[in-house]
Design a protein around this ligand. Structure first.
Ligand code: ATP
Length: 488
């Protein structure tokens, strides 16, 4: 391990900076409350020497469970130390931004009405100072109405921004990707990565990118916008009649859609409304009827877990080598980056194709159909534990009727993905699927937004979209269950 040191001042004004391969340690005699700050190089936002003033801006945690705090540490450099301070500053900046571009140009959307309505205050107090410390070039819009962000994205000058930051819930991300789709150069627009800052009532995307615990700290999400790497994400086309929409997260019909969209009146309960809604719906035990056709790629649950683990190992090694590479070559992109500027054509549309090889049709009532990507759909439900961001497949769950006791048991461990193993939960990796509901009253939820209950088809566009991620894969722990002793 290599170590470099910079010692400034003396007596009560003394400060010492130690740079290792992984950390920066700052010791400050004058700061009685926090005399020794230790933080990973990822958390270093900027370092500079201006005249005789040396300054480092960083994020650090006071205690392991504290949120990240923004610190500006300054020191005065005497003439004799200028050269060593300059070379230390350079080494620190190179290490802090290894393989990453500096000073990203960010288009930021803040939805003042998202979640409990604190997004603007949080932006001003926590996020803006972090972006300023990292010297990002920020263009912020506080949305004033639905579709405001979408309209701006449709006309966005694509060469002007390195990422779009969405400070809201999943609904505003849905707007951004539909804005990309309506852009004059949609494929190029989709290459601009999205980085969410969770302030909504449903923040599945941020949880999946940052991790369940980490996503509770908005500073971590701000850091992701500064230090995350582009990670390709599959995008889903939803065709309904002659209309085409884009979805990045989920499509639900039956119980799960009813919980999501039919519990608005329980909004005062916060996240608990989904659990209350679930129990209520299970007691009703309603079934919905639809013809569902799925173009299946995989249906062996154990194989899905093994494939996930292999993909995560691969992502970790890609990120490790990206740390050592040049920013220009940096990407964990998918295939669609090379497919010109238009949106890909649909391949599977049309009922005539349904009987093609690989399509399987179900025509029995079911409790819910829930399809999507990203393990967590909310803090208490890991619905798609084996989901991968860029496998060109969508995870489709068809929950067949099972007794109320089994359904209620599914609540237990839902945040760890346990329902995945339920026999009544038919889980498929699919290239596409289509649904013809035999009813019109009820809810169809696309990324948590309400759409008319009418026939629709979903097709996957591998790697068409892009997210920023510090890990190169979704953040959720899911493993094979321990071996059960063989039954006699
Ligand atoms: N200023 C505004 N006033 C009202 N609605 C807005 C405003 N800005 C954006 N919106 C809309 O608010 C919705 C917010 O959805 P999002 O999921 O991002 O946040 P949320 O708080 O989780 O939402 P919800 O409570 O509906 O789940 C988006 O559909 C967006 O169109």
């Amino acid at each position: 391990m290599s170590t470099r040191e910079l010692a400034l001042g003396s007596g009560v004004n003394a400060s010492r900076f130690t740079l290792t391969d992984t950390e920066l340690v700052v010791e400050r005699a004058a700061d009685k409350k926090w005399p020794k700050v230790k933080t990973s190089l990822r958390n270093v936002l900027w370092a500079e020497l201006k005249g005789d003033a040396f300054e480092v801006s960083l994020l650090a945690k006071k205690k392991p469970k504290s949120p990240l705090s923004l610190l500006h540490v300054t020191g005065s450099v005497g003439d004799a130390d200028k050269e060593s301070a300059a070379s230390f500053t350079e080494a620190l900046m190179s290490a802090a931004y290894a393989g990453l571009p500096r000073q990203r140009r960010l288009k930021v959307f803040v939805n003042p009405k998202s979640g409990p309505g604190k997004a603007v205050a949080q932006y001003r107090k926590k996020i803006e100072p972090i972006f300023n410390a990292a010297k990002c070039k920020v263009d912020v819009t506080f949305t004033t109405r639905g579709k405001h962000a979408q309209e701006i994205v449709e006309k966005l000058p694509l060469d002007g921004f390195d990422a779009i930051v969405v400070m809201s819930g999943d609904g505003l991300v849905h707007e951004v990707i539909n804005g990309y789709a309506a852009h004059a150069e949609p494929a190029k627009a989709f290459r601009i990565p999205i980085s969410p800052i969770p302030t909504g009532s449903g923040n599945g995307l941020a949880i999946n990118l940052l991790g369940l615990e980490e996503s509770k700290d908005v500073a971590v999400a701000a850091l992701n916008a500064i230090k995350g790497r582009p990670m390709a994400m599959d995008i889903f086309s939803m065709t309904q009649g002659d209309k085409r929409y884009m979805s990045f997260m989920s499509q639900a019909l039956g119980l799960m859609a009813d919980i999501d969209l039919g519990t608005e009146h329980l909004r005062f309960m916060g996240g608990t409304r989904f659990v209350v809604g679930f129990i209520y719906e299970v007691i009703k035990n309603k079934q919905v009827s639809a013809k569902v056709s799925i173009k299946i790629a995989e249906q062996d649950k154990r194989k899905m877990v093994q494939d996930l683990q292999a993909a995560r190992a691969q992502a970790r090694s890609t990120i490790a080598s990206a740390d050592a590479s040049d920013p220009a070559t940096l990407t964990t992109d998918g295939e669609s980056s090379t497919t010109g500027t238009g949106l890909p054509e649909l391949k599977h549309t049309g009922a005539a194709r349904v009987n093609d090889d690989g399509w399987v049709t179900f025509d029995k009532p079911f409790t819910f159909l829930y399809a999507g990507q990203g393990p967590y759909v909310s803090t208490d439900l890991m619905q798609f534990p084996v989901s991968q961001p860029n496998d060109g497949l969508i995870d489709v769950v068809l929950q067949l009727q099972s007794d109320r006791g089994t359904m209620l048991k599914a609540i237990d461990g839902a945040e760890h993905g346990n329902p995945f193993w339920m026999d009544a939960q038919h889980y498929y990796k699919a290239h596409a699927f289509r649904v013809e509901p035999h009813f019109t009253k009820g809810y169809l939820s696309i990324d948590g937004e309400s759409y008319p209950v009418a026939p629709f088809e979903i097709e996957v566009h591998k790697g068409l979209g892009s997210l920023l991620s510090m890990y190169g894969c979704f953040q959720a722990e899911f493993n094979l269950p321990p071996e059960q002793p063989a039954k006699k």
